[in-house]
Design a protein around this ligand. Sequence first.
Ligand SMILES: [Zn+2]
Length: 355
Amino acid sequence: MRAVSLALVVLVAPLSAQAERNAAAYEKSVKKVNDAHARKPGKNREAALVKKDAATRKRALDALLKKKPSPAVHAALKRCGEAALDLDLMTDFRRIRARLSKSDQAGADALGTAVSRDRFLVRGLGGLDEPYLEQFADVMDAVLDGYDEVFGFKEWSKVPGKKLRVRVHLEERITRPPHFAPQYPWHSEIDFPVIDKKKFSSPTRTGKFLFYGLCHELGHVIAMWGHRRLEEDHHAWAHYTGVVLVDHLTKKHGKEPWMRTLRDNRWRSLAKEREKYANEKPSLDTRDGVMRTLIELHDLVGPKAIGAALNWQDKRDKRLRINHVRYYTFEQLREGFEKTLKNRKKLSALRKILP
Ligand SMILES: [Zn+2]
């Protein structure tokens, strides 16, 4: 008996070591491509990056997929699945998932589902299926198109050329609102809890504004203010862009079926904010003051001009970056206006709002 199990160990050990080596080779290749891109993005887009070093990954994954199911193989497949999402390798991700669901459903579930679009990749965790993600991706596309139409921001990801990531996870209750997770090395990611696995709807029964939340978080993705220790906008910027986008999308798509479950506009609108801060003086010292400043800028020059001022700073790319994330100051925003706003009269009025 003892001899037999010993023989098994001798046989099994190299197999699991091989699986681990395959996973490590796959991960290393993804890291190599992403690191090189983050160092020097140039004009490369993620669609072109997926072709780099593809043979290495194919060799590793093919070898892994040929192996008999075992905990070591499953673990290695999961590692490759995670890495695949870091480089938008959807074909690999689907192969891995299909293979896992045959012999390790829990592993396939832990990996979740994913849908990739031109500008972002949505991942679903906790039992969200692909139709749900497609629906979520439609909303995300509409929000990004809305940002194009209203502000015209040029580059979304903190690392140019990389797609945004949204991690959507199904929860019993929402204890933490959606948030921008700036820590990932190669792309900007939004963490997004939902409670209904059938249809993306908002607000939730307990009054969580998820649709507004998505618009709001993209405001953080496009611009952080101040630096690590000082939030110069006192968290007003993303609120401002969030309500402006909810207004725009509700007006544009209000009659379409998919908007019927997204009703945040009743509670989240620029009109409400304008009313709330009517007696506030523009300043950069408090949240209310910043909110008033942003509303006055919006009313004076319009959101396209605000987008143009930030795009000007982005093109120059001299402002602070922490872990690639772009941090602005209101002084730089003003500088952007000085360089891009052609209307002298509006510019002199703007100098009073943003001294
Ligand atoms: Zn926020």
